[in-house]
Design a protein around this ligand. Structure first.
Ligand code: FAD
Length: 404
């Protein structure tokens, strides 16, 4: 048995091709319209739910893949179809990942199905961590959660910003400080059940890209949830806070690992956008004639395409490596998860920019999708940790020093 292979299995190829078919036949034709409308594309989410492409089962099946590649394949194909529509489909998985990462098996069983709804009536979920004054600096979070022992109730107050699906979600997962003196180590995550009074959606942002995905502020005004909504439970929280107060290592390391685990999937999304732009530019360069020959016959254009392909393939190798490392339990000694998202995000920005250049004026107008892909790609150097924050993670990991 060979110890190393980059050959996808038959199941992986089948999965990839199935998602690709949906991306090509359902998402691509609808993409420009939803980008213009800047609304949540419920009919597309419903279509995805109907065929089993949106829901708990597909994520659970992908997770069962022992190589870790299935989720990367799904993400790359969906985002090849269209990033805004794909984020409307995959945004829920952020909240699900938080429940997976911190919740008990009972909480997983109770809340994850409610994140998705069912095939006939799909719902979305939101993960709300960012605040107006706490983006990269997560430790400065001001949202507070206070426990009332008499009623076994948590009361949350604060404001969240930039939440994907914020205010329109069935289930919101909200992070809050339970002990501000402990900074990031004094934070916890809570499920806010559907219809809980006090949680309201605020301003919806008008964005450069990903316009079919809803991004909004969320206000928490005396939001009361039962003790069972604290992810991981109170006992585990108290132990963690105790360790933090004694200055011992805490679950912070665990949450860093969770980020390292989810970042390859985000990198695969960026790859999908980049690959779409590369393929489109390659076709265009073969057909567009100037000076009596296809523009691809100029080295300047052909070399640009060669570089685009090489960078995408290099990024994919980093993404697949990190996904495999995460799934097989290898330690991320050099921040390999962050590295993969950093590389793929920056490649997506560079490749979509090059694609616009190769199309010339046609690349700048909405008659061709590269204009939209160029706008969509930029988010991948910003969210889920900016490129600078990814570099911090890698730099700290390789140096063992607290680089600031
Ligand atoms: C479309 C969209 C969807 C989003 N979805 C979600 C979501 O679902 N849930 C959620 O919680 N959040 C979400 N976010 C928020 C996103 O994660 C944050 O925008 C991101 O983490 C950056 O935070 P910030 O915008 O406050 O930037 P800031 O932290 O203010 O950073 C501004 C600049 O300063 C740099 N910088 C900051 N600190 C350092 C440092 N120490 N060293 C070097 N450079 C530094 C940054 O890299 C960046 O270039 C979303 C954002 C967008 C735009």
């Amino acid at each position: 048995m060979a110890g190393f292979s980059l050959q996808l299995t038959d199941e992986q190829i089948q999965l990839r091709d199935w998602v690709h078919g949906f991306a090509r036949d359902v998402m691509r034709p609808a993409a420009a319209e939803w980008d213009e409308r800047e609304e949540t594309p419920w009919p597309i989410i419903q279509e995805a739910a109907k065929i089993g492409l949106y829901g708990f089962d597909i994520l659970a099946n992908a997770h069962a893949d022992e190589t870790g590649l299935s989720l990367c394949l799904i993400n790359e194909e969906l985002f090849w179809g269209d990033a805004g529509l794909a984020m409307a489909i995959m945004g829920t998985s952020l909240a699900v990942a938080a429940i997976f990462g911190s919740g008990t098996p009972e909480q997983l069983f109770e809340w994850v199905p409610q994140c998705f709804g069912d095939a006939t009536d799909p719902k979305v979920a939101a993960f709300c961590s960012t605040e107006p004054a706490a983006g990269s600096d997560v430790a400065s979070m001001r949202t507070r959660a206070v426990y009332d022992e008499a009623t076994d109730t948590w009361v949350l107050n604060g404001q969240k910003a930039f939440a994907t699906n914020g205010g329109i979600a069935n289930v919101h997962v909200v992070t809050a400080s339970v002990d501000p003196e402990l900074g990031a180590r004094g934070q916890a995550a809570f499920v806010i059940p559907p219809g809980t009074p006090g949680l309201v959606g605020g301003k919806k942002y008008r964005k450069l890209g990903l316009r079919a995905s809803h991004t909004a502020d969320v206000y928490l005004d005396d939001v009361k949830v039962p003790g069972s909504c604290l992810l991981g439970g109170r006992e585990r929280l108290l132990e963690r806070l105790d360790r933090a107060r004694r200055g011992e290592r805490t679950g912070q390391q665990a949450s860093m690992r969770t980020f390292e685990l989810t970042r390859p999937g985000v990198g695969a999304q960026a790859l999908g956008i980049g690959r779409a732009a590369y393929e489109y530019a390659l076709d265009y360069a073969r057909e567009r004639v100037q000076f009596g020959r296809p523009i691809i016959d100029n080295q300047a254009v052909a070399f640009a395409l060669a570089d685009m392909r090489m960078e995408l393939d290099a990024a994919r190798l980093l993404v697949w490596r990190a996904a495999w490392m995460g799934r097989t339990g290898q330690p991320f000694t050099a921040g390999e998860g962050s590295m993969s998202k950093l590389k793929a995000g920056e490649v997506a920005v560079a490749v979509t920019e090059k694609a616009v250049q190769i199309l010339g004026g046609a690349g700048y107008v909405r008659d061709h999708p590269v204009e939209r892909w160029y706008r969509d790609a930029k988010i991948y150097t910003i969210f889920e940790g900016t490129s600078e924050i990814q570099r911090l993670v890698v730099a700290r990991a390789i140096s063992g020093r607290h680089i600031t």
